[in-house]
Write a protein that binds this ligand. Structure first.
Ligand code: NAD
Length: 386
């Protein structure tokens, strides 16, 4: 089994190292900060102790998983790795420097992968002499628990490297989906309206945070409402991702960020981590009561899910991924109750198109434009899954 290198021992790198070790690989986890390495080691010890306590792994397996990981401050220790997965700071210049220097350390057949959420794999690959060996392998947080991994070939990536990377991650019992090297890949692109449309509904004064969250969980079947989820992710992080995606799509109005979230971020109301976001998380704080009006709730769910389905359909239209992978990505990456394309079949493509056309006609905004693929399918009477 090939040795796996992981660069960056933060939230993602430490989780990826755990997954690789649990799958039986020798792992080198490297970080230029010794404290990060110490934290990663202590965190894994705690996780393993908990898994042993719950009877999920034996004592000796837990020991072996920890012993297979070598913690290092030197990337020279990657010299005999078959793959190196980079999970350092999200900065293109730094990633490019790191990839270029890794090439002089690893062997010719070593795969170089990036866990980037938002940067172009082509731009990272271009820093290497052998750009064909570079691929995106995008895990979700926390990597040991989230089943989805997006595999992202750059335009330079060779077929052989792509197959190899996909087979390796499949062997780690992850659900892999293949996606084009475009902003947000599948999940972070298709999920934008979950936040954006919820914020827009709030800004129009249609409903408050608690009511929108109630509608999306109780009627929509989502595990968390958009505002609870944004508070969980952090409004600073979620806002930055939205701004990045908006700019990366050449300011397509569909991805326009919201002032409400910007102000929350500017005020330091990040969410759970700062004690206050859309909700107040301080001890004894009152929990706002939703307005449980069924018709209002239904309207909220229909508007947000119509936007999500349109986004998924447009991703298919633009060949970002296959229909199966788009649906898998949203159920396995962000726990949506149903794949958006099969959900669209379920409600009917014609009613979906009418919902979007009503929004488009009412607002006159490009944000609500129905995907051409949806129009074509309705004209032909097609469905996604027959
Ligand atoms: N956090 C998430 O939810 C998430 C999800 C998917 C992908 N990602 C991506 O994964 C990457 C890492 O994110 P994270 O949240 O784990 O970050 P993090 O800040 O928790 O960890 C980054 C680690 O990289 C180390 N580091 C920085 N520069 C380095 C260098 N030049 N050499 C060696 N080590 C270096 C830091 O010391 C730190 O320990 C980013 O590209 C991010 O976009 C993050």
């Amino acid at each position: 089994m090939r040795k796996v290198g992981v660069l960056g021992a933060g939230s993602m790198g430490s989780g990826i190292a755990q997954v690789a070790s649990q799958s039986g690989h020798e792992v080198v986890l490297c970080d230029n900060n010794q404290e990060a390495l110490d934290r990663a080691k202590a965190k894994l010890a705690k996780i393993m102790a908990r898994l042993v306590e719950k009877g999920r792994v034996t004592d000796s397996d837990a020991q072996a998983i920890q012993e297979r990981i070598q913690y290092s401050q030197s990337t020279q220790d990657f010299s005999d790795c078959g793959i190196v997965i980079e999970a350092i700071i999200e900065n293109l210049d730094i990633k490019r420097q790191v990839f270029s220097s890794l090439e002089s350390i690893v062997g010719n057949d070593c795969i170089l992968a990036s866990n980037t959420s938002s940067l172009s794999i082509a731009a990272i690959a271009a820093s290497c002499q052998n750009a064909e060996r570079v691929v995106g392998i995008h895990f979700f947080n926390p990597a040991p628990l989230m089943p989805l991994v997006e595999i992202v070939p750059a335009i330079q990536t060779s077929e052989a490297i792509l197959d190899d990377a996909k087979n390796l991650i499949d062997s780690w019992k992850k659900v892999t989906v293949l996606t084009k090297d475009t902003p947000g890949f599948i999940v972070n692109r298709v999920a934008r309206p979950f936040y954006g449309e919820a914020l827009r509904i709030y800004e129009e004064g249609v409903a408050d945070f608690a009511t929108i969250d109630w509608a999306m969980t109780e009627i929509g079947g989502f595990r968390m409402g958009p505002f609870t989820l944004m508070d969980f992710i952090g409004n600073d992080i979620n806002y930055t991702v939205t701004e990045t995606v908006f700019a990366a799509f050449y300011f397509d109005p569909r991805y326009k960020p919201s002032f409400t979230q910007k102000r929350h971020s500017e005020a330091g109301w990040y969410g759970r981590k700062s004690g206050r976001g859309y909700y107040d998380y301080s001890e004894g704080a009152d929990k706002p009561e939703p307005n449980k009006d069924q018709a209002l709730g239904q309207m909220i769910v229909e508007r947000i899910t119509a936007m999500l389905m349109n986004e998924a359909i447009d991703a298919l239209f633009l060949n970002i991924a296959s229909k199966e992978d788009i649906d898998l990505a949203m159920t396995k990456g962000v726990n949506y109750p149903k794949g958006l394309l099969s959900w669209a079949d379920e409600i009917g493509l014609s009613p979906l198109l009418s919902r979007l056309e009503n929004l488009y006609n009412e607002y006159g905004e490009d944000r609500y434009r129905p995907s051409p693929l949806l129009r074509r399918m309705v004209a032909k009477g097609d469905t996604f899954y027959g």
